[in-house]
Design a protein around this ligand. Structure first.
Ligand SMILES: [Zn+2]
Length: 196
């Protein structure tokens, strides 16, 4: 089932999410719905707060980035297989130089901006069977994970922009919150007037 994606301005996107336990209700169904919702919106990642759940969970499918001509074969191979949920994740370490990448977000349609983040991350998380993993990712793979990870910490990519950039997009962000925007996937707008 395709779930509505929560738009910028909803307080659920601003809270730190909580860990879950093995017995989280209807978990398989939740994951199926999240993947369906992400693919329907042509996203490469989706975090639980974006569907209104304050739990430490996000999914990624970075395969579309593997098509990028500018990346190495090794990086493309990683991106192709980076398709999974991250449960109760914790970024343990972020290292390397900061680099800019033009990011977007399914909760903030039609806005794309360059965001600086560190090159490499080490992350601990649980898989669907609640087995623990510690993995290291770099480049675009790290980027997708860093963006989604921020969501479960209540952080959005627009927070990382310069104050000038923030001022320039303020009007657009207000329009998104109030639903004055055309989007080709299901969304829930916090300030939209009823009956529109
Ligand atoms: Zn996002």
């Amino acid at each position: 089932m395709v779930l509505p994606i929560v738009a910028y301005g909803d307080p659920v996107l601003r809270k730190k999410a909580k860990d879950i336990t093995k017995d989280y209700p209807n978990f398989t169904e939740l994951l199926d719905n999240m993947f369906e919702t992400m693919y329907n919106a042509h996203g490469v990642g989706l975090a639980a707060p974006q569907i209104g759940l304050l739990i430490r969970l996000f999914i990624v499918d970075a395969e579309p980035f593997a098509e990028d001509d500018e990346i190495s074969e090794e990086e493309a191979a990683v991106l192709k297989t980076l398709k999974k949920p991250f449960i109760n994740p914790e970024i343990i370490e972020e290292t390397g130089e900061e680099w800019a990448f033009n990011e977007g977000c399914l909760s903030i349609p039609d806005i794309r901006e360059d965001v600086f983040r560190k090159e490499t991350i080490k992350i601990r998380y649980y898989d669907i069977n609640f087995n623990e993993h510690v993995e290291t990712y770099s480049g675009l793979a790290a980027r997708v994970i860093q963006h989604e990870y921020d969501h479960i910490e209540g952080i959005l990519f627009t927070d990382k922009l310069s104050s000038l950039k923030k001022r320039l997009i303020k009007g657009k962000l207000n329009n998104i919150s109030s639903g004055k925007i055309r989007v080709d996937y299901r969304m829930r707008f916090p300030l939209a007037k009823k009956g529109r």
